[in-house]
Ligand binder design. Sequence first.
Ligand code: ADP
Length: 321
Amino acid sequence: MKRIAVMTSGGDAPGMNAAVRAVARAGLDRDVEVYGIRQAYQGLLAGDMALLSSREVSGILQRGGTVLQTARNEEFKTPQGQRKGKRRLNENGIEGVIVIGGDGSLRGALALHNMGVPAVGIPASIDNDIWGTDTSIGVDTALNTILDAVDRLRDTATSHNRAFVVEVMGRDCGYLAVMAGILGGAEIVVTPENGVTMNEIAVSLEDAYIRGKTHAIAVLAEGAPYQGPELAHYLEQKHIGFEIRLTILGHTQRGGSPTAFDRLLATRMGVYAVDLLLAGETGMMVARVGREQVPVPLAESTAKTRLITPEYFNLARILSR
Ligand code: ADP
């Protein structure tokens, strides 16, 4: 292979830039030209791609977001769209593609592979919902951002005898909520998976009040069966002792400079992805298993969703006493 391309797709995650940089630098080292495709599959269909020089990827390691930008695109989900994508790659002399993104983006990479275009995926998603890998690029940074907020909220909660409801990201997967609950010292965590009721939350917070705690925190994943405002209103009506305040962390969780962990993960995965592609191992996702990178077929990783280890739900329960 003499020329490959890289894109970042789907929801952005801190560390995507570090991965792009690693792919570009590995290309230089292996004597392969690396093109950057702007705005994911949308840019692919528009033929929006150009050579990534070493200078272009310098100074991006520590930046959140993605310099290649990301976009969602419905056309690429259709067979016609995918054939058009393949044509655009051929027109530009590109022989292989590296897709950095979440579950949907990796399905796009699998579609390319199934059409005979060598493709390798790198998991990047703050939700940690990608099957086959212990973790994905962005998870560690997002979790640290959330913990920073939870720690601050606890400071102010303590000063006023307040209970905070903190809503974090996670539409289908409550990983961030559970981990924030354990590591941020929350009284209770609600996720799409665990079926905790509003009444159970009221009981848990009231119990903390009765035990003389000066603050209490409930962490709610956005994909929980009820939203933050509804829960806060419910708790107010219940008069549980604490004054209730709601904080929705929102998109701050996606931004920010990647942690050392995410930088290293992205850097290792980027270089590994280039080597997989050059070794002809197409249709693979770079997975992190234990302390190493291993290839996992995209057909497998996109067919399942990573579940939260039951141990974590258990830890959250034990540590909230
Ligand atoms: P994420 O990658 O973060 O899960 P999405 O699910 O929105 O985000 O997917 C990002 C993009 O990947 C979509 O806008 C679409 O262009 C492409 N994509 C998603 N699913 C498929 C699919 N089944 N086949 C081909 N392309 C897909």
